[in-house]
Design a protein around this ligand. Structure first.
Ligand code: ADP
Ligand code: MG
Length: 396
């Protein structure tokens, strides 16, 4: 699938509707992390450089189609101006006469932020009326919110169908990284999937075994796979009812020629707590009163070996209970091995997922990865092999 970028459309003098994700954390009225705002700065800046007028569309929270004053975007304006480095005006509606006046009044070199799109019921329903009203405010549509692209909403999908559309810089970076990891990747490809449960990542595992050469299964979900092979995992987090599903995934992997890498040794403890007394044992030797909280050093060595032979890595989910040291050891070691190979130019590494990003940051490895997706749900749906409506609407 190909997409237009900002370079493909004539923006001079054009009103550019830009869907962004500035759903930032706010405490006591102050933005506590403006990362999402800073990440859209290149898009806004490039639109201005090309002579366009950026009109920003965004959601904030879940007002469910009603005006909820606490979910207004207005208080974000000062933080947005600081992050973008340009003046930002605000309009209390994302459609209608007030918005039309605000767009017409937009001065060169400035941006306009329109109020929370989710204040209108038509947003989440992808209503054609709201999409048309929003589209009337612009000449061109640019989507820079990959993280919202798994939802077919008026501002992510409907409007894209009504105007010449393109991907913003952040969306462009995200799409090329994802394309490099699972679209047409350099092989061998290894996927590392960890985290708590198989049940939340079933479709993802099912898709990956057909696309990657090696699948490393870690974290709590590895326990389910061990148990499914008849291994006693004691008091470990384990979804025993998922055993048949786990066996199906193993069989599917075998048919597809995908090597499954499960823990060969594990770190066990009697309590889920930082610095709990622990032992390293073989994967089939978890004591009945203990739980598996991390993969052991022999497993880490195996993962490092697989990574060393790979050209592409896609990672979601920590290898163990990384929040409570020392059960972050396997995640840290694998993350650092991937970081080093990436730095050496041997590996393209892409990772995503809320806890995964936290774990890679904690390991000091995130900066060396080729791409870290902060998109959450959209990243997971993409790993599941699904078509994201907001991306499909940009296809040329
Ligand atoms: P992400 O947010 O990156 O998609 P998940 O939410 O699926 O990742 O998984 C992260 C959680 O998995 C963490 O809270 C971590 O403590 C938990 N976890 C990993 N391994 C284990 C384990 N062996 N036992 C219990 N919890 C685990
Ligand atoms: Mg999580």
């Amino acid at each position: 699938m190909g997409w237009n970028t900002l370079d493909d459309l004539d923006l001079a003098g054009k009103r550019v509707l830009v869907r962004v994700d500035i759903n930032v954390p706010v405490e006591n009225g102050a933005v506590t992390d403006d990362t999402r705002m800073r990440r859209i700065a290149p898009t806004v800046s490039d639109i201005l450089k090309a002579g366009g007028k950026p009109v920003l569309l965004a959601h904030f929270g879940r007002p469910k189609g009603k005006v909820v004053p606490e979910m207004s975007l207005r208080p974000l304006v000062p933080a947005l101006e600081a992050a973008l480095g340009v003046p930002v005006s605000f309009c209390a509606d994302c459609r209608g006469p007030a918005a039309q006046t605000a767009v017409a009044a937009l001065e060169d070199g400035a941006a306009l932020l329109l109020e929370n799109t989710r204040f209108h019921p038509g947003e989440e329903k992808n209503g054609s009326e709201l999409a048309a009203e929003i589209a009337a405010l612009g000449d061109v549509y640019c989507n820079d919110a990959f993280s919202a692209a798994h939802r077919a909403h008026a501002s992510t999908e409907g409007v894209a169908r009504l105007l010449p559309a393109c991907a913003g810089r952040l969306m462009q970076a995200e799409l090329s990284a994802l394309e490099a990891a699972l679209g047409t990747p350099d092989r061998p490809v290894v996927a590392v999937v960890g985290g708590a449960k198989v049940s939340t990542k079933l479709e993802l595992l099912g898709n990956l075994v057909e696309k990657v050469d090696h699948l490393v299964i870690g974290g709590g979900m590895a326990n389910t796979f061990l148990a499914a092979q008849g291994i006693d995992v004691g008091k470990s987090l384990c979804e025993h009812d998922m055993a048949p599903t786990a066996r199906e995934i193993l069989a599917k992997a075998q048919t597809a020629g995908c090597e499954i890498v499960l823990p060969v040794d594990v770190v066990v403890a009697r309590e889920f707590a930082a610095n709990a007394d622990n032992d390293t044992v073989a994967a089939d030797a978890c004591p009945a009163d203990a739980m598996i909280l991390d993969a052991g050093p022999a497993t880490v060595a195996k993962v490092a070996e697989v990574l060393a032979g790979a050209k592409t890595l896609i990672w979601n989910g920590p290898m163990g209970a990384f929040e409570i040291p020392p059960f972050d050891a396997a995640t840290n070691a694998a993350a650092r091995a991937a970081a080093e190979l990436t730095r050496a130019g041997q590996l393209t590494s892409v990772a995503g997922g809320g806890d995964t990003v936290a774990a890679l940051n904690q390991a000091g490895a995130a900066g060396d990865f080729t791409y870290i997706s902060t998109a959450g749900g959209a990243f997971l749906e993409w790993m599941e092999g699904k078509t994201l409506p907001g991306v499909a609407a940009l296809a040329r």
